[in-house]
Design a protein around this ligand. Structure first.
Ligand code: ZN
Length: 167
């Protein structure tokens, strides 16, 4: 396994739309394993392939306290959404920024697992929020897009300044 580099907002590659995985082969499984390692190392509770500059519809998630319940979603589709919940979100691609976002509180999702097996599952609260957040990444969308224009431009200015100082 290898740790992958995570793109940071406002990197334009975070705006790429991911393509469906045609076949879950060894290359995709390696991507999944590398994404899990990168996510656990960061540490984060979710990662989308878009964030590591791979334009494929692949997501890894683990919202468990013990960090031992990896969830892999390949080609995820939302089948149903219900309720709403507002939670403070953060993102490995927008370090240091946390803000409230409103999303569905219960979802039903269909996807393929690490070995290409199709499955459906229901999720609520934190897991539901996390799946929706990561699925947004596959569309080139970031949680800061839900914030006001003013907030977003402040976050962008701060991020660019931090990136200049780091380089
Ligand atoms: Zn994110």
């Amino acid at each position: 396994m290898a740790k992958l580099e995570i793109l940071h907002f406002p990197d334009p590659r975070l705006r790429n739309r991911a393509l469906p995985v045609a076949q879950v082969d060894d290359t995709v499984r390696k991507l999944v394993d590398d994404m899990l390692e990168t996510m656990y190392d960061a540490p984060g509770i979710g990662l989308a392939a878009t964030q590591v500059n791979v334009a494929l519809r692949v997501i890894t998630i683990d919202v468990s306290d013990a960090r031992d319940e990896p969830l892999v979603l390949i080609n995820p589709e939302l089948l149903a959404t219900d309720g709403d919940i507002e939670t403070e979100e953060g993102c490995l691609s927008v370090p240091g920024v946390y803000d409230n976002v409103r999303r569905a509180s219960r979802i039903r999702v269909r996807a393929l697992g690490r070995n290409g097996e199709p499955f459906e599952r229901e999720a609520e609260d934190l897991l539901a929020v996390c799946i929706q957040h990561e699925m947004d990444h596959l569309e080139g969308k970031l949680f800061v897009d839900y914030l006001s224009q003013l907030k977003r431009s402040r976050i962008q200015k701060r991020a660019l300044k931090a990136q200049r100082q780091a380089s």
